[in-house]
Design a protein around this ligand. Structure first.
Ligand code: ACO
Length: 429
């Protein structure tokens, strides 16, 4: 009997099975042989929300949720946040290695030269109400890009894939900024190729009458770090959507639209907006203990706390907290920070939060920075989506190149009616 195996005894039949263990996993398909008789379909694993099921092997992002570790391609997030840029990190996430100088220059050139969007996209945006949520506009316009680039369907052609990657990373900030300007009823600002990736984004968002927009270097840097921190996070809800939808071999714009839609939800990327609503609802530092009481009574969630994998302080939250103060030095302190700090202080000492291993996640402080920088709440998740695009694309590439992957298609446990006969309308009760 191999040591790297699991011996299973099926008490229904008394039969014994030896199931191999590889990389700390058994293959769910190895359970299928376990049957009570020949007609039996075979044993399956039931795992709603994939809480203990690996859907892929991956070499992109490593998370140790108990120790609060996050690494892209082996590099600790703290080092990347301090020393890298978003475009360099995006290259790393997608290619597996940090670029050398000429690779980085070429990569930056191509991304920068794919920032313009087709003029017809502006017509889509014009069709949205002034108060349309920018995430809704982003989901729609990124999906619509597929109609402009039919070559994107050629997903097994590496040259085509590369081009769509340049386009998606290049155009996401443009789509996001145009959605924002549409909300304000302001004219769209076209990309400026002389600016950095975050600098150009700030230009497209905030430029008014200046001939040449000069981004504030602190805000430009803060945004770059936020994009780095959001670049990837292994098999989260939106990465899973990207892989699952991409597994049908649809073009990457359609798959990215699905991933963006997944990110929109308040339990995923929408949480940063919810944090601000919550802090405003709390209203003052004095009201924090009462709010925490209501959270413990399960009347409320403490938004920005808790995570499916981090059972320790989210390492991204630590970096964001520091960056928040750098931003406040430029734009003034966000008054909600005091309420947030008090929530964190009380929660980290409270038995409920300690025993449930609930710590601040990436969304707890990011919204405070965005709000201080002048972004409306509805833009917060959009900012997340821009950074996450490189991760979604890396997950998509890895999925396409993995010979073990097929179209994603979970099983179900059917608990509905057995066959029954159609009842004519007049005979129904
Ligand atoms: N406030 C209060 N209690 C919480 C919170 C919270 N924020 N999060 C989890 N809990 C409690 C649950 O009530 C549950 O308690 P119980 O065991 O006594 O019933 C226990 O902790 C486990 O919670 P689950 O919801 O089962 O944990 P899960 O891993 O499914 O959820 C999630 C993770 C969705 C992030 C959850 O913690 C949550 O809703 N947090 C608030 C929303 C949020 O901040 N989301 C952003 C996540 S980061 C990101 O997606 C980028």
């Amino acid at each position: 009997m191999s040591q790297n195996s699991l011996t299973v005894v099926d008490n229904r039949t008394g039969k014994k099975y030896e199931i191999p263990i590889k990389n700390g996993c058994i293959k769910a398909m190895d359970l299928r042989q376990i049957k009570v008789d020949e007609q039996d379909f075979g044993l399956m694993a039931y795992d709603p929300a994939f809480t203990n099921t690996a859907s892929c092997t991956s070499k992109i992002t490593f998370i140790d949720g108990d120790r609060g570790i996050l690494r892209y391609r082996g590099y600790p997030i703290e080092q990347l946040a301090e020393k890298s840029t978003y475009l360099e990190t995006a290259y790393l996430v997608l290619h597996g290695e940090l670029p050398n100088k000429s690779q980085l220059d070429e990569w930056t050139y191509h991304i920068t030269h794919h920032t313009f969007i087709h003029e017809s996209i502006k017509k889509f945006l014009d069709g949205f109400h002034y108060d349309a949520h920018p995430m809704g506009m982003l989901v729609s316009t990124v999906g619509a890009l597929s109609t402009f680039y039919p070559d994107a369907k050629d997903i097994f052609n590496p040259d085509s894939r590369r081009k769509q990657i340049y386009r998606l990373i290049g155009k996401m900030p443009t789509l996001a900024a145009f959605a924002y300007r549409h909300m304000l009823g302001m004219p769209f600002v076209y990309p400026d190729n002389e600016l950095s990736y975050p600098g150009n984004f700030l230009n497209m968002l905030f430029r008014t009458t200046e001939i040449k927009y000069k981004p504030n270097p602190v805000l430009e840097h803060a945004l770059d770090v936020l994009f780095i921190l959001h670049a990837d996070h292994e098999q989260n809800c939106s990465a899973n959507a990207m892989r699952s939808v991409g597994s049908s071999h649809v073009d990457p714009y359609s798959a990215t639209a699905a991933a963006t839609a997944a990110l929109y939800g308040p339990l995923h990327g929408g949480a940063n907006e919810e944090v601000i609503h919550m802090l405003r609802e709390i209203g003052s530092v004095q009201n924090v203990p009462d709010y925490i009481k209501r959270v413990k009574a399960k009347e409320k969630l403490l938004m920005g706390f808790g995570h499916r994998v981090y059972k320790n302080y989210d390492p991204r939250a630590k970096i964001i907290k520091r960056i928040a103060y750098e931003v406040f030095d430029v734009v003034g302190k966000n008054p909600l920070i005091d309420i947030a700090l008090e929530c964190e202080r009380i929660a980290l000492e409270d038995d409920y939060f300690v025993s449930h291993k609930l710590y601040p996640n990436v969304d707890f402080y990011s919204g405070l920075i965005y709000q201080a920088m002048g972004f409306p709440f509805s833009m917060f998740t959009v900012l997340f989506a821009i950074g996450r695009t490189s991760g979604w694309l890396a997950q998509w590439l890895e999925m396409l190149g993995d010979p073990e992957q097929k179209i994603a298609r979970p099983r179900q446990v059917f608990l509905g009616y057995d066959q029954r006969n159609y009842v004519p309308l007049e005979q129904r009760k």
